[in-house]
Design a protein around this ligand. Sequence first.
Ligand SMILES: [Zn+2]
Length: 129
Amino acid sequence: MKISEARLKLRNLIDEEAKLITIFMERKRLLRGGVYQAFSKCGKANCVCVREGKLHIAWRFYWTEGGKTLNRVLSKSEIVYYQRLTRNYQRFRKARARLVKIHKEMIELINILEQGMTKESVKGYVKRG
Ligand SMILES: [Zn+2]
C-alpha cells in the first residue's frame, strides 16, 4: 500500500470514528437484552389455539443473567419502550464492536505509514552526522 493511500484510509477511519463517538456520548438509556415475538398455545382445551391452530402472540423481553438467558412477557404498554431501549443498547454495542475494529485497522495503517516514512536506513543519517 502506498503512503498516500494509507493516509487517505486513516483519514476515513478517523471520520468514521468521530461518528461512532457521538453514539457513545448520547444520553440515551440502554437496556441489555432484546425484544421478540413468541407464538404459543395456552393449553385451554377449547381455545382457538388448540381448535384452529391460531397461536397466541406475545411480545417478550429477553436478557442474560449469570450466563442464563431469561425472558418475560411484556404488557402492551411496555412493548415500544422496551423495543426502544434494547435497540439503543444494540446500536451502542454494534458501534463499540466497530470501534474496536477501526482501532485495529488504524494501528495497521500507522505501521504502514511508519514503514514508508522510515524507508531511508538509519545508516544514511549516521554518515551525514
Ligand atoms: Zn389459547
